[in-house]
Design a protein around this ligand. Sequence first.
Ligand SMILES: *Cc1c(COP(=O)(O)O)cnc(C)c1O
Length: 414
Amino acid sequence: MTSQLTRENLVRRDRRDPLASCRELFELPDGLLYFDGNSLGPPPRAVHARLAEVTARQWGEDLIRSWNVHGWIDLPRRVAAKIAPLLGAQDDEIAVGDSTSVNLFKLLAAALPLRPGRRTVLSEDGQFPTDLYMAQGLGELLDGGLRQRLVPVGDLAAALDDDVAVVCTSHVQFKSGRLVDMAALTRAAHQAGALVLWDLSHSAGAMGVDLGGCGADLAVGCGYKFLNGGPGAPAFLYVARRHQEAARSPLQGWMGHADPFAFDLGYRPASGVGRFLCGTPPVLSLAALDAALDVFDGVDLEALRRKSLELGELLIELVLGGCGGFGVELLSPRDGALRGSQVSFLHPEGYAVVQALIDRGVVPDFREGGVMRFGLTPLYLRYVDVWDAAEVLRDVLATRAWDEPRYRQRKKVT
Ligand SMILES: *Cc1c(COP(=O)(O)O)cnc(C)c1O
């Protein structure tokens, strides 16, 4: 049954929403409409108590003993076990630590020797730049042993040839929100003899990912976006079991050693994915991420995806219907099946428009090229929030409220 699109009907839809109670688990400023959970997730309430416990009691009172008595040393593994089900992975296929950039470097370096004689890393030309930079840096180290090739995202499968060792691409593109078909691209890459390294930064925690079901090889992703682990939270990496024995980390830290506390003078890799750990685990940020991940307890990932698509559909309908005359265009795919959990619009003055929205309590973000990104986090966004945000956007555009010098003034972090 389709009901009329009114604010009252959306309030009713929020009351029926099976995920509605998840909002209570988050700390969100009153009156703020937050559409930037794809860049920095808000803190789940449980994080504050957990950090206080870890800093005051564990670190403060038990000091060094905490590595054992509070299980600090196993924290990366415990956090991995919470992330794995969100990704369709086994617990022993995930390692948690370092940043997405560093993890990407580790896995790219591990991937190339798995495909000897091949040296192309194939990526899309809209890939998040850090992924491209890390490959370029590895290429300099390998002195000709790595060739980076960039093609439009839709051309990745067609660009596969017998020099491609690994396809390195995002599952959801950061600017457009375009979702790549993981099963299909993995199949095509395998048929061409290549591996795929997925960057899940914009899909982990926003939708169920099925690494295992897709036969995926390798993946990395952020802890601070839809996983809500806090600014600079530890990232994760995934190595399918079948690759673990042969895959070697180029960063041979002691935490990836088979027996760190033997203090051997020679490196021997730990068995399994643990060899991709490097230095001492960042306990405070792991504790925050660990507590944050509990918001996914009992969440049906299909319901999460369904709501995410509905929020996206609603936003597109309201914005194209209400703001189409003001120079706003849809950048994201119109078809939900091809879209992640964000909707991006284009506007020639996108930067100033976004600043004007933030000033009015609606927080999306801006990316170069006039891109206004609205991240949709189904755990705490309400249908009525989308309505209200679209109203503010329409008002900002209709009155040209964005047309002020203070809104054009670029900030350091956009
Ligand atoms: C956010 C993001 C990153 C960030 O990497 P960091 O090392 O955490 O700074 C990397 N890749 C993609 C695709 C991202 O969206």
